[in-house]
Design a protein around this ligand. Structure first.
Ligand SMILES: [Zn+2]
Length: 233
């Protein structure tokens, strides 16, 4: 698996700080402007995830879900449903802390705990990780790699956790997609089907936005983030 494919292979890696290059790279997107990876953080969430799965299934689109380990333990059946529908499941830590402020042992605990929780339910190793709040530092990236995972960032975020409504979220999402297309990049869009402070957060606007994005970009190719590593061509 060509993790370090680099720009020559068409993979775009984040380099937001010198540290991110020195201590490990982060997957963002391919230089395929017609591709979109829908990624959903902070689930599973029994109030929202089932409706989201329904919307994705109607469009026959596979997405990526970065799950919080604590919620995985509370909703194992829902995690199995996500995976059974063909979506990719990734690690979003056990309790969603700001990793920038944590000790190395706490970081390791957060990451390995969430992987263990997911693997207990699905029986397959977890290969992708997204840091809560996007907070990365060398120690985090090093531990991600040690645990055999690839860190994943995003290139479009649309504040779907804020009360800005479907139109507000859509405006940010479409601006981001268009900007990426103009720059020649695929879109790695982060949305939220849960809230990290507890199960049951209302993210129905995110479900409606997803439905609208699937219609609006029906001519584009929706991919899971692993398509940009294993299937890079
Ligand atoms: Zn999160």
């Amino acid at each position: 698996m060509g993790i370090a494919t680099g720009v020559a292979g068409g993979v775009v890696w984040a380099a937001l700080s010198p540290e991110s290059q020195l201590f490990g790279r982060t997957l963002v997107a391919l230089r395929h402007p017609t591709e979109i990876a829908l990624t959903f953080d902070d689930g599973p969430n029994p109030k929202v995830t089932p409706q989201l799965l329904e919307v994705l299934s109607r469009a026959n689109v596979k997405a990526t879900f970065f799950l919080i380990g604590g919620f995985v333990k509370q909703c194992p059946g829902l995690v199995r449903e996500i995976a059974a529908a063909g979506h990719l499941v990734g690690n979003h830590t056990m309790t969603h802390p700001w990793l920038a402020w944590q000790s190395k042992s706490r970081i390791r605990e957060e990451l390995s705990g969430a992987s263990a929780a997911i693997e207990d339910v699905l029986g397959t190793p977890v290969q992708f990780f997204r840091a809560p709040h996007g907070a990365r530092r060398p120690a985090v990236l090093r531990i991600v790699h040690e645990l055999g995972m690839i860190p994943v960032q995003w290139n479009v975020i649309c504040n779907d956790w804020s009360p800005i409504g479907v139109d507000g979220i859509m405006r940010r999402a479409t601006q981001g997609v268009e900007q990426n297309r103009i720059r020649g990049f695929g879109t790695n869009l982060v949305l939220h089907d849960g809230g990290h402070t507890g199960l049951g957060a209302d993210r129905m606007d995110t479900v409606r936005v997803t439905e609208r994005l699937l219609e609006r970009y029906a001519e584009m190719k929706f991919v899971r983030v692993d398509a940009w590593v294993d299937g890079a061509a």
